[in-house]
Design a protein around this ligand. Structure first.
Ligand code: DAH
Length: 343
Protein backbone atom coordinates (compact mmCIF):
# COMPACT_ATOMS: atom_id res chain seq x y z
CA UNK A 1 0.00 0.00 0.00
CA UNK A 2 1.19 3.49 -0.78
CA UNK A 3 2.11 5.69 2.14
CA UNK A 4 -0.27 8.39 0.92
CA UNK A 5 -3.06 5.85 0.77
CA UNK A 6 -2.39 4.75 4.31
CA UNK A 7 -2.44 8.34 5.52
CA UNK A 8 -5.81 8.74 3.91
CA UNK A 9 -7.10 5.63 5.64
CA UNK A 10 -5.77 6.90 8.94
CA UNK A 11 -7.71 10.10 8.38
CA UNK A 12 -10.84 8.09 7.60
CA UNK A 13 -10.53 6.08 10.77
CA UNK A 14 -9.87 9.23 12.79
CA UNK A 15 -12.98 10.79 11.39
CA UNK A 16 -15.09 7.73 12.12
CA UNK A 17 -13.73 7.46 15.63
CA UNK A 18 -14.62 11.08 16.26
CA UNK A 19 -18.16 10.51 15.08
CA UNK A 20 -18.47 7.39 17.21
CA UNK A 21 -17.07 9.07 20.30
CA UNK A 22 -19.82 11.63 19.95
CA UNK A 23 -22.40 8.88 20.36
CA UNK A 24 -20.83 7.40 23.52
CA UNK A 25 -23.02 8.27 26.46
CA UNK A 26 -22.89 5.29 28.81
CA UNK A 27 -21.10 2.02 29.48
CA UNK A 28 -23.09 0.16 26.80
CA UNK A 29 -22.32 2.61 23.99
CA UNK A 30 -18.69 2.68 25.06
CA UNK A 31 -18.61 -1.10 24.76
CA UNK A 32 -20.03 -0.82 21.22
CA UNK A 33 -17.25 1.62 20.46
CA UNK A 34 -14.62 -0.76 21.80
CA UNK A 35 -15.93 -3.65 19.69
CA UNK A 36 -15.72 -1.52 16.57
CA UNK A 37 -12.33 0.08 17.04
CA UNK A 38 -10.24 -1.55 19.68
CA UNK A 39 -10.54 -5.32 19.28
CA UNK A 40 -8.40 -7.61 17.12
CA UNK A 41 -10.65 -7.12 14.12
CA UNK A 42 -11.19 -3.45 14.87
CA UNK A 43 -10.30 -0.42 12.79
CA UNK A 44 -7.09 0.41 14.62
CA UNK A 45 -5.70 -3.08 14.32
CA UNK A 46 -6.64 -2.98 10.64
CA UNK A 47 -4.37 0.06 10.13
CA UNK A 48 -1.53 -1.63 11.98
CA UNK A 49 -1.78 -4.57 9.64
CA UNK A 50 -1.58 -2.29 6.62
CA UNK A 51 1.87 -1.17 7.76
CA UNK A 52 3.32 -4.40 6.45
CA UNK A 53 2.68 -3.42 2.84
CA UNK A 54 4.09 0.11 3.07
CA UNK A 55 7.46 0.52 1.28
CA UNK A 56 10.40 0.11 3.64
CA UNK A 57 11.66 3.70 3.35
CA UNK A 58 8.32 5.06 4.50
CA UNK A 59 7.71 2.54 7.27
CA UNK A 60 9.02 4.67 10.17
CA UNK A 61 6.84 7.64 9.23
CA UNK A 62 3.85 5.41 8.59
CA UNK A 63 4.37 3.55 11.89
CA UNK A 64 4.53 6.82 13.73
CA UNK A 65 1.29 8.06 12.19
CA UNK A 66 -0.58 4.85 13.04
CA UNK A 67 0.79 4.81 16.57
CA UNK A 68 -0.29 8.36 17.19
CA UNK A 69 -3.80 7.52 16.17
CA UNK A 70 -3.79 4.40 18.31
CA UNK A 71 -2.68 6.13 21.46
CA UNK A 72 -5.19 8.93 20.94
CA UNK A 73 -8.06 6.43 20.57
CA UNK A 74 -6.91 4.36 23.53
CA UNK A 75 -6.46 7.27 25.89
CA UNK A 76 -9.81 8.79 24.94
CA UNK A 77 -11.36 5.37 25.53
CA UNK A 78 -9.77 5.16 29.01
CA UNK A 79 -11.07 8.61 29.90
CA UNK A 80 -14.60 7.52 29.06
CA UNK A 81 -14.13 4.33 31.00
CA UNK A 82 -13.08 6.24 34.11
CA UNK A 83 -15.93 8.63 33.77
CA UNK A 84 -18.46 5.81 33.63
CA UNK A 85 -17.02 3.83 36.50
CA UNK A 86 -17.02 7.01 38.58
CA UNK A 87 -20.61 7.79 37.82
CA UNK A 88 -21.46 4.16 38.52
CA UNK A 89 -20.09 4.63 42.03
CA UNK A 90 -22.25 7.64 42.49
CA UNK A 91 -25.36 5.73 41.56
CA UNK A 92 -24.44 3.13 44.21
CA UNK A 93 -24.98 5.67 46.97
CA UNK A 94 -28.43 5.29 48.46
CA UNK A 95 -29.45 8.84 49.16
CA UNK A 96 -32.46 7.70 51.18
CA UNK A 97 -30.24 6.19 53.91
CA UNK A 98 -30.15 8.10 57.19
CA UNK A 99 -26.88 9.97 57.68
CA UNK A 100 -24.06 8.33 59.61
CA UNK A 101 -24.05 9.66 63.16
CA UNK A 102 -21.20 12.15 63.59
CA UNK A 103 -18.57 10.82 66.05
CA UNK A 104 -19.29 12.62 69.31
CA UNK A 105 -16.28 14.33 70.82
CA UNK A 106 -15.51 13.72 74.43
CA UNK A 107 -13.56 15.36 77.20
CA UNK A 108 -9.95 14.20 77.41
CA UNK A 109 -9.28 12.07 80.50
CA UNK A 110 -6.72 14.55 81.81
CA UNK A 111 -9.22 17.38 81.45
CA UNK A 112 -11.83 15.26 83.21
CA UNK A 113 -9.46 14.87 86.15
CA UNK A 114 -8.69 18.58 86.15
CA UNK A 115 -12.38 19.46 86.08
CA UNK A 116 -13.12 17.20 89.04
CA UNK A 117 -10.25 18.62 91.07
CA UNK A 118 -11.39 22.17 90.35
CA UNK A 119 -14.98 21.24 91.28
CA UNK A 120 -14.08 19.70 94.60
CA UNK A 121 -11.79 22.51 95.68
CA UNK A 122 -14.34 24.98 94.39
CA UNK A 123 -16.87 23.55 96.82
CA UNK A 124 -14.30 23.96 99.60
CA UNK A 125 -14.03 27.66 98.79
CA UNK A 126 -10.93 27.67 96.60
CA UNK A 127 -10.88 29.84 93.48
CA UNK A 128 -8.82 29.19 90.36
CA UNK A 129 -5.77 31.36 89.63
CA UNK A 130 -3.52 31.25 86.60
CA UNK A 131 -0.08 32.40 85.59
CA UNK A 132 2.17 32.39 82.53
CA UNK A 133 3.86 29.26 81.17
CA UNK A 134 6.99 31.27 80.39
CA UNK A 135 8.31 32.30 83.78
CA UNK A 136 11.37 33.96 85.18
CA UNK A 137 13.81 32.43 87.59
CA UNK A 138 12.49 34.51 90.49
CA UNK A 139 8.94 33.19 90.27
CA UNK A 140 9.83 29.62 89.49
CA UNK A 141 12.75 29.30 91.92
CA UNK A 142 14.10 32.38 93.70
CA UNK A 143 11.09 33.53 95.66
CA UNK A 144 10.20 29.93 96.39
CA UNK A 145 13.33 29.71 98.51
CA UNK A 146 15.43 27.74 96.06
CA UNK A 147 18.84 29.17 96.95
CA UNK A 148 20.94 30.32 93.98
CA UNK A 149 23.28 27.57 92.79
CA UNK A 150 21.85 25.19 95.31
CA UNK A 151 21.37 21.59 94.18
CA UNK A 152 17.66 21.98 95.00
CA UNK A 153 17.33 23.48 91.52
CA UNK A 154 18.49 20.19 90.10
CA UNK A 155 15.35 18.56 91.47
CA UNK A 156 13.69 19.83 88.33
CA UNK A 157 15.28 19.74 84.92
CA UNK A 158 14.49 23.05 83.37
CA UNK A 159 13.97 24.24 79.81
CA UNK A 160 15.64 27.65 79.64
CA UNK A 161 14.64 30.13 76.98
CA UNK A 162 17.06 31.84 74.62
CA UNK A 163 16.30 35.54 74.73
CA UNK A 164 18.34 38.45 73.41
CA UNK A 165 18.14 40.56 76.57
CA UNK A 166 17.33 38.16 79.39
CA UNK A 167 18.88 34.97 80.61
CA UNK A 168 16.41 34.23 83.41
CA UNK A 169 13.46 33.05 81.35
CA UNK A 170 12.30 29.47 81.43
CA UNK A 171 9.28 27.23 80.98
CA UNK A 172 7.82 26.82 84.44
CA UNK A 173 8.71 23.50 86.01
CA UNK A 174 5.77 23.59 88.42
CA UNK A 175 2.67 25.66 89.09
CA UNK A 176 4.17 26.78 92.40
CA UNK A 177 5.28 29.82 90.39
CA UNK A 178 1.65 30.94 90.36
CA UNK A 179 1.61 30.89 94.19
CA UNK A 180 4.21 33.60 94.10
CA UNK A 181 2.24 35.69 91.65
CA UNK A 182 -0.95 35.35 93.69
CA UNK A 183 0.78 36.30 96.95
CA UNK A 184 2.48 39.25 95.30
CA UNK A 185 -0.75 40.60 93.88
CA UNK A 186 -3.32 39.91 96.60
CA UNK A 187 -3.38 39.99 100.35
CA UNK A 188 -4.63 37.26 102.68
CA UNK A 189 -6.93 35.53 103.16
CA UNK A 190 -5.89 33.60 100.04
CA UNK A 191 -7.55 30.38 99.10
CA UNK A 192 -6.86 29.26 95.55
CA UNK A 193 -5.85 26.43 93.30
CA UNK A 194 -3.66 26.87 90.29
CA UNK A 195 -4.01 24.29 87.56
CA UNK A 196 -1.73 24.46 84.56
CA UNK A 197 0.79 23.03 82.18
CA UNK A 198 4.37 22.50 83.33
CA UNK A 199 7.56 21.54 81.52
CA UNK A 200 10.58 19.49 82.43
CA UNK A 201 13.60 18.60 80.39
CA UNK A 202 13.16 14.91 80.87
CA UNK A 203 13.34 11.88 78.69
CA UNK A 204 9.79 10.92 77.77
CA UNK A 205 8.98 7.45 79.03
CA UNK A 206 6.12 5.35 80.37
CA UNK A 207 6.56 7.09 83.72
CA UNK A 208 7.44 10.65 82.78
CA UNK A 209 6.50 13.27 80.23
CA UNK A 210 8.33 16.47 79.37
CA UNK A 211 5.09 18.40 79.40
CA UNK A 212 2.26 17.69 81.82
CA UNK A 213 -0.21 19.32 84.19
CA UNK A 214 -0.10 20.14 87.86
CA UNK A 215 -2.56 21.57 90.30
CA UNK A 216 -1.13 23.76 92.99
CA UNK A 217 -3.08 24.77 96.07
CA UNK A 218 -2.51 27.67 98.45
CA UNK A 219 -4.25 28.70 101.63
CA UNK A 220 -2.99 31.70 103.60
CA UNK A 221 -4.64 33.36 106.55
CA UNK A 222 -4.09 34.13 110.20
CA UNK A 223 -3.58 31.02 112.30
CA UNK A 224 -3.51 28.39 109.54
CA UNK A 225 -1.95 25.20 110.92
CA UNK A 226 -0.86 21.73 109.90
CA UNK A 227 -4.27 20.54 111.08
CA UNK A 228 -5.91 22.66 108.35
CA UNK A 229 -3.53 21.22 105.81
CA UNK A 230 -4.27 17.64 106.79
CA UNK A 231 -8.00 18.25 107.02
CA UNK A 232 -8.24 19.93 103.63
CA UNK A 233 -6.19 17.36 101.76
CA UNK A 234 -7.99 14.47 103.41
CA UNK A 235 -11.39 15.99 102.62
CA UNK A 236 -10.39 16.44 99.01
CA UNK A 237 -8.91 12.97 98.63
CA UNK A 238 -11.94 11.25 100.19
CA UNK A 239 -14.20 12.89 97.65
CA UNK A 240 -11.89 12.61 94.73
CA UNK A 241 -11.07 8.93 95.11
CA UNK A 242 -14.47 8.04 96.42
CA UNK A 243 -12.95 5.68 98.92
CA UNK A 244 -12.78 5.20 102.64
CA UNK A 245 -9.03 5.09 102.37
CA UNK A 246 -6.51 5.71 105.09
CA UNK A 247 -3.99 8.50 104.63
CA UNK A 248 -0.47 8.98 105.84
CA UNK A 249 1.62 12.14 105.81
CA UNK A 250 5.23 11.20 105.23
CA UNK A 251 7.85 13.86 105.96
CA UNK A 252 9.61 15.09 102.87
CA UNK A 253 11.52 18.09 101.59
CA UNK A 254 10.55 21.01 99.40
CA UNK A 255 12.45 24.30 99.54
CA UNK A 256 9.21 26.30 99.68
CA UNK A 257 7.55 24.52 102.60
CA UNK A 258 8.54 23.78 106.16
CA UNK A 259 7.61 21.25 107.38
CA UNK A 260 7.04 19.38 104.10
CA UNK A 261 5.24 16.14 103.52
CA UNK A 262 4.11 13.74 100.86
CA UNK A 263 0.68 12.24 101.22
CA UNK A 264 -0.01 8.58 100.60
CA UNK A 265 -3.33 6.83 100.70
CA UNK A 266 -4.16 3.16 100.83
CA UNK A 267 -4.40 1.86 97.31
CA UNK A 268 -8.02 2.05 96.20
CA UNK A 269 -7.61 -0.98 93.99
CA UNK A 270 -6.22 -3.53 96.45
CA UNK A 271 -7.21 -1.67 99.64
CA UNK A 272 -3.66 -1.93 100.87
CA UNK A 273 -3.00 -5.58 100.15
CA UNK A 274 -0.53 -4.79 97.36
CA UNK A 275 -1.12 -4.84 93.60
CA UNK A 276 0.35 -3.73 90.30
CA UNK A 277 -1.04 -0.19 90.50
CA UNK A 278 0.56 0.53 93.92
CA UNK A 279 3.63 -1.46 93.00
CA UNK A 280 2.83 -3.90 95.79
CA UNK A 281 3.35 -1.36 98.54
CA UNK A 282 -0.32 -0.97 99.40
CA UNK A 283 0.11 2.83 99.25
CA UNK A 284 -0.31 5.42 96.51
CA UNK A 285 1.40 8.79 96.68
CA UNK A 286 -1.17 11.47 95.95
CA UNK A 287 0.53 14.83 96.49
CA UNK A 288 3.29 16.93 97.96
CA UNK A 289 2.46 19.57 100.53
CA UNK A 290 3.63 21.59 103.50
CA UNK A 291 3.39 24.81 105.46
CA UNK A 292 4.50 27.73 103.30
CA UNK A 293 8.08 28.63 104.28
CA UNK A 294 8.38 31.99 106.07
CA UNK A 295 11.04 33.00 103.52
CA UNK A 296 8.50 32.50 100.74
CA UNK A 297 5.90 34.61 102.52
CA UNK A 298 8.40 37.43 103.05
CA UNK A 299 9.70 37.25 99.49
CA UNK A 300 6.13 37.70 98.29
CA UNK A 301 5.35 40.61 100.58
CA UNK A 302 3.36 38.76 103.25
CA UNK A 303 4.35 39.12 106.90
CA UNK A 304 5.16 35.65 108.25
CA UNK A 305 4.66 36.93 111.81
CA UNK A 306 1.06 37.68 111.03
CA UNK A 307 0.12 35.05 108.50
CA UNK A 308 0.76 31.39 107.88
CA UNK A 309 -0.49 28.98 105.27
CA UNK A 310 -0.19 25.69 103.53
CA UNK A 311 0.43 24.66 99.95
CA UNK A 312 0.20 21.48 97.99
CA UNK A 313 0.89 20.26 94.50
CA UNK A 314 -0.16 17.24 92.51
CA UNK A 315 0.48 15.87 89.03
CA UNK A 316 -2.71 15.54 87.03
CA UNK A 317 -1.49 12.91 84.56
CA UNK A 318 -0.21 10.77 87.42
CA UNK A 319 -3.55 10.91 89.17
CA UNK A 320 -5.39 10.13 85.91
CA UNK A 321 -3.18 7.12 85.33
CA UNK A 322 -3.63 5.87 88.87
CA UNK A 323 -7.39 6.25 88.76
CA UNK A 324 -7.76 4.46 85.46
CA UNK A 325 -5.03 1.85 85.76
CA UNK A 326 -3.10 3.34 82.80
CA UNK A 327 0.48 2.14 82.94
CA UNK A 328 2.07 4.28 80.23
CA UNK A 329 1.83 8.08 80.42
CA UNK A 330 2.46 8.44 76.68
CA UNK A 331 -0.88 6.78 75.91
CA UNK A 332 -2.61 9.93 77.14
CA UNK A 333 -1.11 12.04 74.38
CA UNK A 334 -0.93 9.81 71.34
CA UNK A 335 -4.47 10.81 70.35
CA UNK A 336 -5.32 7.20 69.66
CA UNK A 337 -9.10 7.13 69.65
CA UNK A 338 -9.11 3.51 70.74
CA UNK A 339 -7.57 4.70 74.00
CA UNK A 340 -9.42 7.99 74.41
CA UNK A 341 -12.84 6.49 73.69
CA UNK A 342 -12.59 4.46 76.86
CA UNK A 343 -13.00 7.48 79.10
N1 DAH B 1 6.10 21.92 93.18
C1 DAH B 1 6.17 20.52 93.59
C2 DAH B 1 6.64 19.70 92.39
O1 DAH B 1 6.87 20.26 91.38
C3 DAH B 1 4.84 20.05 94.05
C4 DAH B 1 4.53 20.66 95.37
C5 DAH B 1 4.94 20.05 96.49
C6 DAH B 1 3.86 21.85 95.45
C7 DAH B 1 4.68 20.58 97.73
C8 DAH B 1 3.60 22.42 96.69
C9 DAH B 1 4.02 21.75 97.82
O2 DAH B 1 2.95 23.56 96.83
O3 DAH B 1 3.75 22.30 99.02
O4 DAH B 1 6.79 18.52 92.49
Amino acid sequence: MEFAQLLEQIENVRHEVELDFATVSDAASLERFRLKHLVRKGSVQFLIEQLRSVPKAEKPAAGKAVNELRSWVESAFRDFQQQFTRSQHVTLVDVTLPPRPPGAGRVHPVTQTLDRIVDIFGSLGFVVAQGPDVEDDAHNFGKLNFPADHPARDMQDTFFINHAERDDLLLRTHTSSVQVRVMESTSPPIRCIMPGRVYRNEEVSARSLAEFHMVEGLYIDRGVSVADLKGTITAFARRFYNADSKFRFRTSFFPFTEPSAEVDMTCFICKGAGCRVCKHSGWLEICGCGMVHPNVLSACGIDPEEYSGFAFGLGVERVTMMLNGIDDARLLYENDLRVLKQF
